[in-house]
Design a protein around this ligand. Structure first.
Ligand code: GAR
Length: 188
């Protein structure tokens, strides 16, 4: 069994979708959700879906080796699903090409620090972009710069609000993220 640990920071709708996708898999299991925000909705989802969850703070991630050691013991792959902190180098080095992120834009556009969630969609709409989409990529030491695994785009109609873009992005994320994770794991 290939073990996935998901890192999330907020709502966790992608985390839920991934958990449901692999629920009956004999090859891949989602064993834990780790989250850096105490009141994040993802904890409720984890409870409802009967997946173990764990809160961690910056100290546990960066200064002590708590998160690193936890991942070494429990994860073959780390999936970032709306995780908003930088993954420290020690974790990236311990999991080469085993950490996968989803970003709600067509990287390298609208990537980097501060570019997450609605900030991305607001920028896309106010810049009158003709298209946007999703990027699934490996995580390296620079925010949103790791090798791209998959992208899919759609046209941004001029009447779209940032909320409309967010909705379309989420639909694409739910459709592709679990399948791409599965493909990467099974092809390794
Ligand atoms: C997702 O749209 C994901 O692409 C984005 O946060 C959202 C999380 O939603 N990630 C980033 O912006 C990372 N830079 P969710 O918590 O409902 O899955």
């Amino acid at each position: 069994m290939t073990r996935i640990v998901i890192l999330a920071s907020g709502s966790g709708s992608n985390a839920e979708n991934i958990i449901k996708y692999f629920k009956n898999s004999n090859l891949i299991s989602v064993d834990y959700i780790l989250c850096n925000k105490k009141d994040a909705k993802v904890f409720e989802r984890a409870k409802r879906l009967k997946v173990n969850s764990l809160y961690f703070d910056r100290e546990m991630l960066n200064n002590s080796d708590f998160v690193l050691n936890f991942l070494k013991m429990n994860a073959d792959y780390i999936i970032l699903a709306g995780f908003l902190w930088k993954v420290p180098s020690k974790i990236i080095e311990a999991f080469p090409n085993k950490i996968i992120n989803i970003h709600p834009a067509l990287l390298p556009k609208y990537g980097g620090k501060g570019m997450y969630g609605m900030h991305v969609h607001n920028a896309v709409v106010s810049n009158k972009e003709m298209e946007t989409g999703i990027t699934i990529h490996y995580v390296n030491d620079n925010y949103d710069e790791g090798a791209i695994i998959f992208q899919e785009s759609f046209n941004v109609v001029s009447s779209y609000s940032a909320e409309d873009v967010a909705e379309r992005i989420h639909t694409l994320e739910y459709k592709h993220f679990p399948k791409i994770i599965e493909k990467v794991i099974l092809e390794h």
